[in-house]
Design a protein around this ligand. Structure first.
Ligand code: PLP
Length: 483
């Protein structure tokens, strides 16, 4: 585990906690133990997941969970919030210093909440509340499609320009099934059809034509760095507010792998993040802002949030303190270096990567050259002990459900201590499974897009070989739940 911890103390803490839980509902205690066993025994390559330290995890299980603390530090709607004030202030202070941000808001419960706070802050800052009142809005849950259209008109038919979902953007960046797609008229920019890279001239041209209120940068499945200085230039040229969602790569920003033009914080008006992905903190979100937006972001509760999860804010303070250490900077660099090893390991064995490689923590493998859909590849891999998620590739012929790719990320296994050699071996195992797998026959004739078949023994063999890598790099070494 790249974050040092006292295994004997953690073992005692978890054993005692499970004893207390077992006395009330033993099945929950068993499920918690089983979850650790399962996580220990698979190659976790989900790019958005990680392993938080025992200190972060233990900070969440306490009486802060019982406390209501709506409002902000020193300005609460409930009495008795002095200890919540302490942990919220600490988390915000660590976040400001970690990211060099003028202002940090650590209340969002998740990444989607952080983006909602950011969006409403921009609307509030630009337009202020009277437009909402004029539109007769009492309860947003009661709004029909027509109401949303009327509301958008009241806000001046506001537009948001974000990265297209099929080249790696995120649902919360203005897409229809998400509330952001109802709040804003949405436009999207793609990537260059040949290189797969963001084409900043094309983004500029689109922004000039579309004239967005918000230009959104950030992604879930784009394997390259983004030049945020250029994004800000474009935003300024069209009078847009630049929001960067660094949910995926916040750990690389914190660890100073992304610096200069590739560090979003100095360039974005508002930067949003999750805290549980590459940043390796508790499940949650945060918003960083330039001074001019601070007062509006601060209205996150009650604007779109209820009572903050004080126990999670406490865990954010611990995680941000960890992320300020030299060990975390080494970890973040290893995450990026390991992604290169994984990418090279796949390409030298015949794999095709979107953009041809990686500059961050993730690799997008196009599995069509193996004759598989993403869904089949995902299933064949998970049955062989390798956990990934299927993902669209640009202009995906198999659509968003079956897809043609799998997304592979290095943050979790790097936390376990995997280095270049282990990621090269992981690439070998992935290619072994995908080469052996084929589409299963469909009952109606032809082949299925969902089901796969593997020759006997392959899944077991790969699982055993993955087990050797895992045993050599144990998760939470020394932490034992049974005496
Ligand atoms: N933003 C991006 C870029 C993400 O990838 C995600 C989650 O996958 C989110 C926001 C939403 O985060 P959460 O699941 O914490 O709401």
């Amino acid at each position: 585990m790249s974050q040092p911890f006292d295994a004997a103390a953690a073992s005692t803490a978890y054993r005692s906690a499970l004893d207390v839980i077992r006395a009330v509902e033993p099945r929950v205690a068993d499920a918690i133990g089983q979850e650790l066993a399962d996580q220990r025994s698979s190659l976790k390559l989900i790019a958005s997941e990680n392993y938080a330290s025992p200190a972060v995890l233990l900070t969440m299980g306490n009486w802060f969970s019982d406390k209501y603390a709506e409002g902000t530090v020193g300005h609460r709607f409930y009495a008795g919030c002095q200890n919540v004030d302490t942990v919220e202030s600490l988390a915000a202070e660590h976040a400001r210093e970690l990211f060099g941000a003028p202002y940090a808001y650590v209340q969002p419960h998740s990444g989607i909440d952080a983006n909602l706070v950011a969006f409403w802050s921009v609307l509030a800052q630009r337009l202020e509340a009277p437009a909402l009142v004029e539109a007769g809005v009492k309860n947003v849950n009661d709004l029909s499609e027509d109401d949303w259209t009327a509301l958008r008109r009241a806000f001046g038919d506001q537009r948001l320009l974000g990265m297209s979902l099929d080249v790696g953007g995120h649902l919360t960046h203005g897409f229809r099934p998400n509330i952001s797609g109802k709040m804003f008229t949405h436009g999207s920019y793609g990537t260059h059809p040949e290189t797969g890279l963001i084409d900043y001239d094309a983004v500029r041209a689109k922004a000039k034509e579309f004239k967005p209120l918000i230009l959104m940068a950030g992604y879930s499945a784009y394997p390259r760095k983004v030049n945020f200085a250029k994004m800000r230039e474009i935003a300024d040229e069209v009078g847009a507010t630049l929001i960067v969602d660094m949910a995926h790569f916040a750990g690389l920003v914190a660890g100073k792998v992304f610096t200069g033009d590739f560090d979003p914080v100095p360039f974005a008006h508002i930067t949003t993040t999750t805290t549980h992905k590459s940043l390796r903190g508790p499940r949650g979100g945060a918003v960083l802002a330039q001074h001019e937006f601070a007062e509006f972001v601060d209205r996150g509760c009650p604007m779109v949030l209820g009572g903050p999860l004080s126990h999670v804010m406490a865990a954010k303070a611990v995680a941000f303190a960890e992320a300020r250490t030299p060990e975390f900077a080494t970890y973040a660099q290893n995450v990026a270096d390991n992604a290169v090893s994984l990418a090279e390991g796949l390409t030298k064995r015949g794999g095709t990567l979107v953009t041809g490689g990686t500059e961050n923590h993730l690799v997008l493998l196009d599995v069509t050259s193996f004759g598989l859909t993403g869904r089949q590849a995902e299933s064949a891999l998970v049955d062989s002990g390798i956990v990934t998620n299927r993902n669209s590739v640009p202009r995906d012929p198999n659509g968003a459900w079956y897809t043609s790719g799998v997304r592979l990320g290095t943050p979790a296994l790097t936390s376990r201590g995997f280095g270049a050699a282990e990621f090269d071996r992981t690439a070998e195992l992935i290619v072994e499974v995908l080469t052996a797998a084929s589409a299963a026959p469909a009952p109606s004739g032809g082949t299925s897009k969902a089901k796969y078949q593997l020759p006997d023994g392959i899944a077991e063999k790969v699982r055993a070989e993955a087990g050797e890598l895992l045993d050599a790099n144990p998760l939470y070494p020394g932490l034992e739940l049974s005496k």
